[in-house]
Unconditional design. Structure first.
Length: 305
């Protein structure tokens, strides 16, 4: 890997790059060793300079939103992490009054508030999902009966060569926790969400009701990567895990939440290895006792995972 090319490209376009940046500072799990390079990308022009440099230098990269669905190796990331900021955090209401262009780096909570303030309903389900628009589109995030596939009409992206393109709604190929972006090596730039007119007060009330449900049922006060397992067809992951007597089960400082068995939490000093071993323990136990194989929803990234 040739880091000289990205360092030079970053210097030329004014992009801040850190060396050996601890990833535990950038994930909601508060876990992860150092990334060889950590770049804060604020403009498309910067991204168009960096991506070809990374490709030419043979340096793998990870696009980072809020780091809310990641478990990063204790050994860190050999490659570059690109955090989208600046213009990637912009929101714009289109002339039809129902569509919003949302940058990939926008927090879902901010998108929900923007929609509410403009009297637009349909994003309430996402209020409280701790992620960004880019990550939400990538994995078709959803909760409380809603998901991104219901509202996204198209998404714009950039290739490793710096070429901009887009996927229409049909081309996005949404399904449960899946989109066409998986495995494509494309960087999501923004998306257009189409909503419907509503009463701002009613929209806000629904948002707060759903947030209160989250606070009551989920370990909001603990570091985690959100729901750890995908919902199996046969049942709910949390119910299966609880029925197997695994609530509170811990390995090191990683534990199955007492509050919601679908969450694995960091009790303070958990390592990636603690979490990985606990995930495997839960999967093996549920398979043995229930005959159902759980699939991890959290993305494991970095050296040795």
């Amino acid at each position: 890997m040739d880091y000289g090319l990205i360092d030079t490209a970053a210097a030329q376009c004014g992009c801040e790059v850190l060396t050996d940046e601890p990833m535990k500072k950038h994930t909601t799990f508060r876990i992860g060793g150092p990334a060889d390079r950590f770049a804060t990308v604020k403009t498309r022009e910067q991204l168009q300079k960096l991506l070809p440099a990374l490709k030419q230098g043979g340096v793998p990269y990870l696009i980072l939103g809020k780091g809310s669905n990641l478990l990063v190796s204790d050994w860190g990331i050999r490659g570059a992490v690109l955090a989208l900021s600046g213009e990637f955090q912009k929101l714009e209401l289109l002339e039809d009054g129902e569509s919003i262009v949302c940058g990939a780096g926008v927090k879902l909570a901010d998108l929900c508030k923007f929609a509410r303030d403009n009297g637009l309903a349909g994003m309430e389900f996402a209020y409280g999902i701790p992620g960004t628009l880019g990550g939400a589109v990538f994995m078709n995030a959803g909760a409380y009966g809603g998901e991104m596939s219901f509202v996204v009409r198209k998404a714009q992206h950039m290739t490793e060569d710096g070429i901009v393109g887009f996927f229409s709604k049909d081309e996005l190929d949404f399904s449960y926790r899946h989109s066409a972006y998986e495995g494509k090596g494309l960087v999501i730039l923004n998306a257009v969400v189409k909503l419907s007119h509503g009463n701002p007060e009613e929209i806000g009330r629904k948002m707060e009701e759903l947030m209160e449900k989250r606070r009551q049922k989920q370990p909001y006060e603990m570091a985690s990567a959100g729901s750890t397992f995908k919902r199996p067809k046969e049942a709910f992951a949390a119910a299966l895990i609880e029925e197997c007597g695994l609530k509170g089960k811990n390995i090191g400082a990683a534990a199955v939440s007492h509050k919601h068995a679908g969450f694995i939490v960091n009790q303070g000093t958990a390592s990636c290895e603690d979490v990985r071993r606990l995930i495997e323990t839960v999967k093996k136990t549920v398979l043995s006792q229930k005959g159902i194989e759980l699939e991890c929803e959290v993305r494991l990234v970095g050296e040795g995972v």
